[in-house]
Each structure stands twice: as C-alpha cells, then as structure tokens.
Design a protein around this ligand. Structure first.
Ligand code: KG4
Ligand code: ZN
Length: 338
C-alpha cells in the first residue's frame, strides 16, 4: 500500500510517498530555515504562513517524484501532535481536505513515533520491541517500543530538550543558525576538557533528563568572559573549546541514562531518532556504549534524522494496519504523550 505523508509541525513543509511502511518513493522537504534565520529561531506565525504557501506544491511534487497520482494512494498520514499549533493545523487541514475530496482514509501520526519510524525506512529488518532514544528540538525521551503502535515511557526531559540546549548555546556563542549543526562542527575543533560543565541528575528519577542547568552555565560563562574582556567576545579557539566541553556534558547526560538502562537489561536493541540523532559526537558515544554492552544499534541516516514526511508516512502505514484512522473532526494538539 502507498501512503502519502504530510508533516508541518515546525519549520519544514514536507510530503512523501512510502510503500508498505518501508520503501521510500519520494521525500520532499521545503525548509524555512532562510526565513527564520533572520530572527535566530522559529517564529510560529511566520511558519504557519509559509506552510500554507508551500503545502500544495510540496504534496504535488511528492506524488510526481514517486510517479503516482492521488488515486494510487491508500492512506493520507499527517502529523497531528506535538508541535506548533498553527503549523500543525496547516498540514492537518490540508490532509483533511484531501481526504474528504478523495475518500482516502486519514491517519493521524504522532510526530515522535514518526521520528522513530524513520528507522523502519532505513533498516528493513528492524522490528519492535526495542529501546528508542528520541533526541530532537522539542523532545528528549527514552522509550520502550513494544509494538509499532504501543509505546512505554522510561524517561523524559524535565525542562529543555537536547536540541533546544544546543540551539541556545549556539546562539550565545554567536554561531550561525540553525544552531545544532554549527555546534556539532565547532565542537569537533575544540578541547572537550577545557571547561568543566556538570552532568545533571534528577532526584528520584534516574532515567529523566535536565538540560536547563547546562544551558544557564554556558550563558553565564560567555557573559562573564565577555564582561571580563571589556565587551570582547570569546575568540574562535575558546568558542570551540566551549562547544566541545558543552557537547561532551550534554552527550554524557544522555549516555549516563542509557548506561543505567543497559546495566539492568541489555536484551533489546537501541534505536536513535530525532534531529539531534544527527550529532556526530552523540552518535559516536552511543555507538561505543552499545558496543561495550554488545547490543544492536540503529541510527537513521542524516537525511532522515530531521523533520520529514517519509517518517510520517511510514508510521502512518503501521497505525493504519493496527486499525487507526481519523474522523474529519480530528484536531491538532501542541502537546500529547507518545
Ligand atoms: O527532530 P527535529 O528536526 O525537530 C523537532 O522535532 O524538534 O530536531 C531539530 C533539532 C534542532 O534543535 C537542531 O538544532 C538539532 O535538532 N540538530 C542538531 C544537529 N542537527 C540538528 N543538534 C546537534 N547536532 C546536530 N548535528
Ligand atoms: Zn521533529
């Protein structure tokens, strides 16, 4: 079955066609990075407007690229939560209109489940159960994926997501937007032992994460340094050292939770997902950890780590075969548990 996926939860307008949840036929992404980089972050109202302008063309292109027409499509999968509410509503309304006009069933997809499903496209042999480490701009979670549609939460962030923490540090260091990618590159040039950042823990919740302390620490460090140097910002070498040390603390925060989990049970493979799963340093550290415990590790290719609609189409297929469809009254939700 062919599923048309539609994704507009943040700043990418995306559409894709996927066969049987596993085979990617097209994957079109219209990025709004250039627009939002003027403001140093995503402006929700601008994102909604840009989605409205782009969605029709992006869906048409996804069908064209897959060499199919709407009549070949068996289901329309769309992200309904979580995300920016205006942005979500743009894609959902478009998908509902398309479903109503064509009679093709509508399947609501949770964005985080979509990120995990990116791995079903990349690894044909991957099947639940597994442990998912979801690290994105809005989420940092450890999940037990029991079946394609049955998720259990193990741990989650109590404050900022890993992506937010990277983006904030990039901003305070004056690195180009989008921050995560710039931090990744800068960290590769620095000395990770140069600055001591603390790995936080959460009382009575050993699997939960907290990144707000780390974020505050880097803001204070840069401000104090600039003040001491009479307004002169840190030079490139010091910025690289900060980026490397900060990344190391962030990566250790994530891997420390994973290590506790693996010490107790290392029978299930680990699956990484989300925009931050593209981070070179995190990929290396999780790779080493998985190796030391002898567990399988699945990491999506960089092209499927960030927001895309192929992952939504893939998860949509698995939702549909487990009986999930949405009525035309389906709403979007800014937050919803996975
Ligand atoms: O999954 P995603 O595309 O959107 C959300 O669902 O949030 O994740 C976007 C986040 C942003 O914070 C971005 O800076 C971060 O992923 N990111 C990275 C890298 N590439 C993207 N963070 C660290 N290293 C990267 N290479
Ligand atoms: Zn995402």
């Amino acid at each position: 079955m062919l599923v048309l996926g539609i994704e507009t939860s943040c700043d990418e307008t995306a559409a894709a066609v996927v066969k049987d949840g596993r085979e990617l036929l097209s994957n079109i992404i219209a990025s709004q990075v250039d627009i939002h980089s003027l403001y140093g972050g995503v402006v929700p109202e601008i994102a909604s407007r840009a989605h409205t302008e782009a969605i029709y063309g992006v869906v048409e292109k996804a069908l064209d690229k897959a060499s199919v027409t709407l009549s070949d499509i068996g289901a329309i999968a769309v992200t309904y939560s979580p995300g920016l509410i205006g942005a979500l509503l743009t894609g959902l309304s478009f998908a509902k209109g398309l479903s109503f006009a064509s009679g093709i069933p509508l399947v609501p997809v949770h964005h985080i489940r979509g990120h995990v499903a990116a791995n079903f496209l990349a690894f044909k042999e991957l099947e639940p159960p597994f442990i998912a480490l979801v690290v994105s701009g809005g989420h940092t979670s450890l999940l037990k994926v029991l079946t394609y549609t049955d998720y259990e939460s193990i741990g989650h962030t109590r404050d900022d997501a890993a992506g937010e923490a990277f983006d904030k540090a990039a901003r305070v260091l004056g690195l180009p937007y989008p921050g995560g990618v710039s931090m990744d590159r800068m960290a590769s040039k620095g000395d990770k032992t140069a600055v001591k950042f603390t790995v936080s823990s959460v009382d009575n919740a050993e699997y939960d994460f907290s990144f707000s302390g780390l974020k505050t620490a880097v803001i204070n460090l840069v401000h104090n340094h600039t003040e001491k140097n009479k307004g002169v910002e840190p030079d490139e070498a010091f910025k690289a050292d900060i980026a490397a040390s900060y990344t190391d603390a962030l990566v250790r925060t994530i891997t420390s939770r994973l290590r506790i989990l693996l010490e107790r049970d290392s029978t299930l493979p680990i699956v990484m997902a989300g925009g931050v799963a593209a981070n070179t340093h995190l990929r290396r550290a999780v790779g080493e950890l998985a190796d030391s415990f002898g567990v399988g590790l699945f990491m999506p290719p960089l092209s499927l780590c960030g927001d895309n609609a192929a992952m939504i189409a893939s998860q949509g297929f698995f939702e549909l075969i487990s009986g999930v469809t949405a009525p035309l009254s389906q709403n979007a939700f800014a937050t919803k548990s996975v």
